[in-house]
Design a protein around this ligand. Structure first.
Ligand SMILES: Nc1ncnc2c1ncn2[C@@H]1O[C@H](COP(=O)(O)OP(=O)(O)OP(=O)(O)O)[C@@H](O)[C@H]1O
Length: 367
C-alpha cells in the first residue's frame, strides 16, 4: 500500500485555514486503519471536542504524562496561528511559561519531517485568500483595511444572510442569543436527556459535555414519534436519530453518551467554530480577547459575501509573537536548505526535512 512517509518518520503537518489538514488526516487515518490492527492506530485530539469529533481520545488520556514516544510513529497536525492552547490551571504549572507544543524540548527531535500545505481549498477568491493570509500573520495595513471596508460596505443583510450563524468570542453571548431566540419561538420546549454509561463516566462527563449536552432543549419543527425532524438550509428534511459519543482508553470504551447530534446554533463561539466551513457568518468581535480569533472567524467563510463583521478593532488583529518567531525560524531554515540544495543540485525527496506541497499534488503523485 502506498504511504507517503517513511515508516519511522514523525510528521508535523501544518498550513493555514482551509488548506485541507483535516481532509489529509482523515485520508491518512483511513490508510493506516486498512494496514494496521485497531490496537495499532490511535487517533487523538488536543481537546475533548476534537477528540469526540474524530472519534478518538484526548491526547492526555492516551499518553498521560509519559513524555517519551517509545516506538510510536506520530502524525501531528495543526495551525499555530489559529487559537492558542487554553492555559493550564493545574497546580505546579504556574512557573511553566511554555504554552505551545513547538516550545517543548523534544519538538525538533520529534519531528524530522515538517510539512506545510499551501493551497487553500475553502476559499477560491484570490483577493479574499490574500486578505486572510495577512490577517493570519497579524498584518492589517492600509490595503487590508481598505479591502475590509469595501467588503463590509457591500455586505447586505439580505434573505440569505438571515441564515447567518452568529459568532461571538465569549460563551455568555452565545448562550444569551440562543436562549433569546428559543424564547422568541414561544413554543413548549422538549427536553432530550442523554443516556450515559461506562466504567469511567464520572470522570469523563466534562469531556462529553463539550461534545454534546446531557440535556438538549428543542422546540421547533415537526416531530416523528419521539424523534425530531430537521429541515436543513438546503431544503432537505431528515429524522434525527441519536448517536453515541465515546471516550476510549486504548481499545477500551470507558464512557459513552447517547444523545441527538443537535445543538442550538443561532449562535456559536469562536472556539467551537474552529475547523468548520460556514456559508454565512455574522461575527461580533467587540469582545475578542485572544490571538488568532479574527483569523479563525474570518477564515470559516467560503467567500467574502458570506462574512459580516462588527466590533472590529484593527489594533486587536495580532499574531502571537512566539508563533511568529516559530514561523520565521521555519522560513529561515527552509531558505538555508534551499540554497544548500541549489549548490549541490540534490533532488527534492519526500524524506527532506521540510517541504511544501498542495494536497492534490500529494494525492495525484501516488504511484
Ligand atoms: N484536496 C481537496 N480537494 C477538494 N476539497 C478539499 C481538499 N482538501 C480540503 N478540501 C475542502 O476544503 C475545506 C477545508 O478543508 P479542511 O477542513 O480539511 O481544512 P483545514 O486545513 O483542516 O482547515 P482549518 O485549519 O480551518 O481547520 C473542506 O470543505 C474540505 O472538504
Amino acid at each position: 500500500m502506498w504511504w507517503p512517509f517513511q515508516d519511522d518518520d514523525e510528521v508535523f503537518i501544518t498550513g493555514s485555514a482551509g488548506t485541507g489538514k483535516t481532509f489529509l488526516l482523515n485520508h491518512i487515518i483511513k490508510l493506516l486503519r486498512k494496514q494496521y490492527k485497531p490496537s495499532q492506530v490511535f487517533v487523538t485530539g488536543s481537546t475533548g471536542v476534537v477528540a469526540c469529533a474524530i472519534r478518538g481520545q484526548t491526547l492526555h488520556s492516551f499518553a498521560g504524562d509519559d513524555s517519551s514516544w517509545g516506538g510510536i510513529q506520530l502524525v501531528v497536525s495543526g495551525d499555530f496561528f489559529q487559537l492558542p492552547p487554553v492555559k493550564s490551571k493545574r497546580i505546579g504549572d504556574g512557573d511553566n511559561d511554555k504554552q505551545f507544543a513547538f516550545e517543548a524540548d523534544c519538538w525538533d527531535s520529534s519531528f524530522a519531517l515538517q510539512v506545510e500545505l499551501t493551497k487553500v481549498y475553502r476559499q477560491s477568491d484570490p483577493q479574499f485568500i490574500k486578505f486572510l493570509q495577512n490577517i493570519r500573520i497579524g498584518k492589517l495595513g492600509e490595503e487590508e483595511e481598505e479591502y475590509f471596508k469595501r467588503l463590509q460596505s457591500s455586505a447586505t443583510m439580505d434573505s440569505k444572510a438571515m441564515l447567518a450563524v452568529q459568532v461571538y468570542p465569549m460563551n455568555k453571548d452565545v448562550s444569551r442569543v440562543n436562549e433569546e431566540r428559543m424564547k422568541s419561538l414561544g413554543d413548549e420546549a422538549f427536553v432530550f436527556k442523554a443516556i450515559d454509561s461506562g466504567s469511567d463516566i464520572k470522570r469523563c462527563r466534562k469531556q462529553l459535555d463539550q461534545a454534546t449536552p446531557s440535556e438538549l432543549s428543542l422546540c421547533l419543527g415537526a416531530r416523528d414519534g419521539l424523534l425530531p425532524v430537521v429541515k436543513f438550509d438546503s431544503g432537505k428534511t431528515k429524522v434525527i436519530e441519536p448517536v453515541t459519543w465515546q471516550v476510549k482508553d486504548g481499545d477500551n470504551i470507558v464512557a459513552e453518551r447517547k444523545q441527538l447530534p443537535l445543538t442550538l446554533a443561532w449562535a456559536t463561539s469562536i472556539h467551537k467554530c474552529q475547523g468548520k466551513t460556514i456559508d454565512f457568518i455574522k461575527a461580533d468581535l467587540s469582545n475578542a480577547f485572544e490571538y488568532g480569533m479574527h483569523y479563525v472567524v474570518m477564515s470559516r467563510a467560503k467567500s467574502p459575501e458570506g462574512l459580516f463583521v462588527t466590533g472590529l478593532d484593527p489594533a486587536k488583529i495580532k499574531a502571537h509573537p512566539k508563533v511568529l518567531r516559530f514561523h520565521e525560524k521555519k522560513l529561515a531554515s527552509e531558505k538555508d536548505e534551499k540554497s544548500e540544495e541549489d549548490s549541490t543540485t540534490a533532488p527534492l525527496a519526500v524524506s527532506h526535512t521540510k517541504f511544501h506541497f498542495s494536497l492534490s499534488e500529494f494525492l495525484q503523485n501516488r504511484p
